[in-house]
Design a protein around this ligand. Sequence first.
Ligand code: FES
Ligand SMILES: [Fe+2]
Length: 312
Amino acid sequence: MSREFPFPIPSGWFPVSASADIAPGEVRRLECFGRELVLFRTDAGVAQALDAYCPHLGAHLGVGGKVEGESIRCPFHGWRFDGTGSCVDVPYAKRIPPSARVKRYPTCERNSFVWAWHDPDERDPFFEIPSLPQVESPGWAETFRKTWRIRSQIQEMGENGADSAHFPVVHGSAAVPQAEVSNKGAHRRATQYTEVDTSKGRTQNTIEVNSFGLGFGYTHFTGIFETISLNCMAPIDSETSDLTVVFLQPRESKSRGVAKAICKDLEKQIAEDIPIWEHKRYHDAPVLCDGDGPIAEYRRWCIQFYPGHSGL
Ligand code: FES
Ligand SMILES: [Fe+2]
């Protein structure tokens, strides 16, 4: 646990690789959830994530491990583990020790990322993240992708959207209008309606943020231009997180200029937030006032992702 933040790494689906960055037969060393993991893609194309250290004499499966069919072979003495983490072959022994297994992290692929399920209580996944049809659609194009490594926690970074009052001060923008918030289990939706004056008159715009646990959310902007931003966050350890943002826009978009400006503004906003995030500390009982935005509600929703809660 970090000095500034009192909770452990939460439960949920977290992005561990871009799907395109791991081809069949490839093996990667991963730092995630405060642990060392190995990520590999089997010959059949399934991405698997396991704890990295071989239960035999502790070699790192992500450094020299080799994919064989649907399994990975340890680089040290050649023990072989399947995607469930069970040892299925010891090349020089008559009997495989029953405890020869490594912890497995359930995986899925959605929206051009590989996601690994982390749960401090070792529960099975209790929610799913949706596949957005726009990611694969020929009518849509990816127009922006960037990853930041930030010394903060994903819950703290996620609070940004609920924190209306920081927008004018940190970002020089208008206070974010009150959102209509609804949540159902791990899914939280916050919708804001804004009006913008353009040369063609006043346009109504909607910003809908959908979060699925603390690791994945997407924002759908409609109105003057249409954009979807994927917001993917992974806890690297108790002090450090990776934030990856992807923008998708209609291929025929007439508002590329606006979209470019939004991407630029987003980069500026994150650059402005980072020094606050990296040096702030979490107050369990902050002094809040009216106009602060739905911070308490956001925090109540987050509680379900920590140990001791059913997750439902
Ligand atoms: S350390 Fe992995 S097989 Fe010996
Ligand atoms: Fe911010």
